[in-house]
Design a protein around this ligand. Structure first.
Ligand SMILES: [Zn+2]
Length: 242
């Protein structure tokens, strides 16, 4: 190889590495809109997105702020758990035919007032997300958030029901005080991130399209069982306090 081609190859590899690194960082941090106020100026309620909630005055609230087509499967899990346990829930759902990721407001910036207020009225919160990563074909639950007790009981329950659970990496650790999951009376909640592989397995034929998301599988039922059991065990442990 000539000196010149070695030099060109080095430049090419460097540029490629910068592109890969920068590309993967930017995909995790860049939201199209900076706040709900910004979003609602450009997107139409009940046409582009939906807000669905039930305020049941419960100690625990469950949320999916990237529901519908934003992180498919998350709002179905949140609603299923809330209805099983009769607890408050809040869902922010993308209902565009395509490109729902434009509606993704990261958890610390998510300031839609109904959602914030419902969470603030509860003692603690479970927030359900979809994980965006190269590992997403693996069925994994990443567990984060500041409520250590609740996290531990959920971890035990997930393992008992046969789910692979891993501590959340820093970027989705759910520890930011401004994250909606921690904006409750304990200033601490639990954030779970479900990989795409796991979320697809919640629906028949691994088809998570909007039309098929009512056709849930045994895995969906088992996930709701695990979440309900972990949540009930946490309540029992903390009953003196709650
Ligand atoms: Zn999310």
């Amino acid at each position: 190889m000539s000196k010149f081609s070695k030099y060109s190859l080095t430049i090419f590899i460097s540029v490629f590495m910068i592109y890969v690194l920068f590309g993967s960082f930017s995909s995790t941090i860049a939201d199209y809109y900076s706040s709900y106020g910004d979003l609602k100026e450009h997107e139409v309620l009940n046409e582009d997105y939906e807000i669905d909630y039930q305020q049941r005055g419960s100690d625990i609230s469950v949320t999916a702020i990237h529901g519908g087509g934003i992180e498919p499967g998350t709002s179905e899990v949140a609603e299923g758990l809330a209805n099983r346990m009769n607890i408050s829930y809040y869902l922010f759902k993308g209902i565009k035919p395509t490109n729902n990721m434009i509606l993704h407001l990261t958890s610390k910036n998510f300031d839609e007032p109904i959602g914030r207020s419902l969470v603030q009225d509860s003692l603690t919160t479970l927030s359900i997300h979809g994980y965006h990563d190269d590992q997403e074909h693996q069925p994994i639950i990443y567990l984060g958030g500041k409520n250590e007790e609740y996290r531990e009981t959920l971890q035990d329950s997930f393992q008992k029901w046969g789910f692979q659970v891993v501590n959340a990496p820093y970027k989705v650790g759910g520890r930011n005080v401004n994250n909606i999951v921690n904006d409750n009376q304990l200033n601490a909640g639990v954030q779970i991130e479900l990989t795409a592989g796991l979320r697809k397995s919640l629906f028949e034929n691994h088809d998570w399209s909007r039309a098929n998301r009512q056709n849930t599988t045994e895995v969906y039922e088992r996930l709701i069982d695990a979440l309900a059991e972990g949540t009930n065990n946490y309540r029992e442990k903390e009953s003196a306090f709650l």
